[in-house]
Write a protein that binds this ligand. Structure first.
Ligand code: 6PG
Length: 474
């Protein structure tokens, strides 16, 4: 009576994924480096079809052939270690799935190595946190399509279901494509978070709303175009009081240190945007916003010596500021996703992945952290035009940009004049204006490069490469 599939790594994501798979009628083998975790997990779920193993060989032998193994362990070196051990125990045609947040370069390398031994390898993005893993995550598997077909029935069952019933899983593309798409998902997640955080900060500090009022504002926004998981949890977070204080009126958010940490995936999406030449300013600003927040001591010192705008130069918010902030946030979100999908398109060409953008938007509609009503609009846009070059070229998004740009500009101007940082909102407006510019000052840039370095330039009136005689050689 062998198991249908195995899960390695009994931290919360691994445990919850194993329970999710089991709940769909499968027998699941489980293994962890430290046996105690496997033991207590299985003991706590005696009624489930879980098969514990305390040696990797036993774990491998407990699986039906061809074996299917999901690893849910810390990204990096631990993954290489377990893959090396597995490679010597598995047979040709077995499948390993890495469900962690691996760097896609590592996934490409690992895929090539395992292929030499005839072992299939899927790098699979898993989004949705602990609850998602248990009740239905969004899954982004990449690797050999044949290997995907082998695990498709299981993945389809355990994935979240969108409102129309479609499972949130699709074959993403070869080798590192799945982990790349998850990396962009996380970059977008950073951007969404920062856009929300900037909006909260400016409404709080410029308009003077208190935290309870802000909770209600976000809850209301969650009823409209901004309807999304991150807006919903923000409304909830802002309604919560400090659990460690005897004073029941202190919002928990005011007791949390303002140092934004990260585990790397957002930074990687910026790094690859740089590597492939994708104009990904919004995610990058959100990564930088976390970095500058970490400089708490320096900021505390700078706050003493660097003045902001004088009171007389600050502007009063409009009476419609809440509605304008809501529109600015939606405008920002559109720019962020427009940039994210352009990056996916450029990556697809660079790494030869043939990504299906509409399918990606479709599997992000439920289960994952960036799930939002808005993703249906992106799904629709790509359904209309599968090779849409930029979301802003779709009539829905173009229409919103046209309608909300005024609010976005007003909010960025208001924040700037009042000395409140809005790196992502202002990146959104600048991207919109750069993208729609007939002429950018890159003509002057080219002249500068040609002036000091004879780097040459192209002309608007004739083909060829030119160099201007800026000065006579002495
Ligand atoms: C998800 C999340 C998850 C990620 C956390 C933390 O899709 O479920 O993206 O994979 O690990 O959001 O990321 P940071 O620590 O980098 O903010």
């Amino acid at each position: 009576n062998q198991a249908d599939i195995g899960v390695i790594g009994m931290a919360v994501m691994g445990k919850n994924l194993a329970l999710n798979i089991e709940s769909h009628g499968y027998t699941v083998s489980v293994f962890n480096r430290t046996s105690a975790k496997t033991k207590s997990f299985v003991e706590n779920h005696e009624d489930k079809n879980l098969v514990p193993s305390f040696k990797l060989t036993d774990f491998v032998n407990s699986l039906k052939a061809p074996r299917k193994i999901i690893i849910m362990i810390k990204a990096g070196k631990p993954v290489d270690n377990i893959l090396n051990q597995l490679a010597s125990l598995l047979d040709k045609g077995d499948v390993i799935i890495d469900g962690g947040n691996a760097n896609f370069h590592d996934t490409i390398r690992r895929s090539a190595n395992l292929t030499k031994d005839g072992i299939y390898f899927l790098g699979m993005g898993v989004s949705g946190g602990e609850q998602g893993a248990l009740h239905g995550p969004s899954l982004m598997p990449g690797g050999q399509e044949k290997a995907y077909e082998m695990v498709k029935p299981i993945l389809t069952k355990i994935a979240a279901k969108a409102h129309d019933g479609t499972p949130c899983v699709t074959y993403v593309g070869p080798n590192g494509a799945g982990h790349y798409v998850k990396m962009i998902h996380n970059g977008i997640e950073y951007g969404d978070e920062e856009l929300i955080d900037e909006t909260y900060n400016l409404l709080r500090n410029i308009v003077g709303f208190n935290v309870d009022q802000l909770s209600k504002i976000f809850a209301k926004w969650n009823q409209g175009e901004l309807d999304s998981y991150l807006i919903k949890i923000t409304a909830d977070i802002l309604s919560r009081k400090d659990d460690l204080s005897s004073d029941q009126s202190v919002p928990i958010v005011d007791m949390i240190l303002d140092e934004g940490e990260n585990k790397g995936t957002g930074r990687w999406s910026s790094e690859d945007a740089m590597a492939i030449g994708a104009p990904q300013s919004l995610i990058t600003e959100s990564v930088f916003a976390r970095f500058i927040s970490m400089m708490k001591n320096q900021r505390m010192h700078a706050a003493q010596v660097l003045p902001g705008p004088e009171k007389k130069d600050q502007v009063k918010p409009d009476k419609d500021v809440v509605e304008e902030a809501c529109q600015a946030l939606y405008f920002g979100k559109i720019m962020s996703y427009a940039q994210g999908f352009v990056q996916l398109e450029m990556a697809s060409k660079t790494y030869k992945w043939h990504l299906k953008y509409g399918k990606l938007a479709q599997i992000w509609r439920a289960g994952c952290i960036i799930r939002a009503k808005f993703l249906q609009k992106i799904t629709d846009a790509f359904a209309k035009k599968p090779n849409l070059q930029n979301l802003l070229m779709d009539s829905y998004f173009a229409g919103i940009a046209k309608k909300y740009q005024k609010s976005a500009r007003k909010i960025v101007a208001l924040a700037t004049l009042d000395g409140i940082p809005v790196p992502c909102l202002s990146a959104a407006v600048s991207y919109y204006d750069s993208f729609r510019a007939k002429v950018l000052p890159a003509n002057l840039l080219q002249a500068q490069r040609d002036y000091f370095g004879a780097h040459t330039y192209h002309r608007i009136d004739r083909p060829g490469t030119f160099h201007y005689t800026w000065y006579k050689e002495e």
